[in-house]
Design a protein around this ligand. Sequence first.
Ligand code: HEM
Length: 232
Amino acid sequence: MGSARPPEGAHPAPHGGRSLSRAAVQRALLHPLAKPLVFAVWLLPFAWLFWAAAADRLGANPAEALIRSLGDWTLRALVLVLLVTPLRVSLGWPALARFRRMLGLFVFFYATLHWLAYVWFDMGFDWAEVVADIPKRPFILVGTLAWLLLLALAATSFNRAIRALGAPRWQALHRLVYAVAVLAVLHFFWMRAGKHDFNEVAVYAVLFAALLGWRAWRRWGAPQGRGVSSRI
Ligand code: HEM
């Protein structure tokens, strides 16, 4: 017997012209190949960096280029994962929710590669040095805090963890992604402070302020928006 449940992220049948295109987007998002496609796209930066490192195409300072590039991809993935709910709600694309966990795990994936590249190329896998560097440099301290929070989120991102914690506690825990965004911008800011180069930092600060501000507005500003804060 087939299940009576609609597919994950499915929505009642829409009406009207705008709803027709919305239905088409919804169908595309629910396509069985949509998730594998997003997965493959988000592996591309890793594949490109791996190839560039192996082919010695990372410039004069490959270690620095690799660490920085992986940090940039972590931030980009973080922006995207925080965009899912605003897009889902304001454009009426509920099926976008299916991609949130995968994108969140990509944030963790790139953050972990970024950290491993630092541990390998900057610290030579000297764990005593790695630990000593944390209190020494504020940007390393906040980066490490952000990564530890991501580790907690990734470790509890599976259905069994959601069942074990219960939905309200799981949702409260996963709101820590907002703290990750703040720490990530602080990490970037402190890292660039020595060079007084804040242009890119400002772009990310504005993006995260908008993404977190939208949630604050839905929670406390818009009367009909209550409840969105439980979604990441
Ligand atoms: C959520 C976690 C993190 C994010 C989003 C992040 C992001 C970034 C970004 C955007 C950059 C600058 C890239 C550029 O200049 O284009 C960067 C640089 C850097 N990050 Fe992270 N980072 C994170 C965690 C960490 C951790 C855990 C460490 C190590 C403990 C770390 C160590 C570094 C280092 C060493 C650099 C390069 C500094 C330099 O080249 O002078 N980051 N990170």
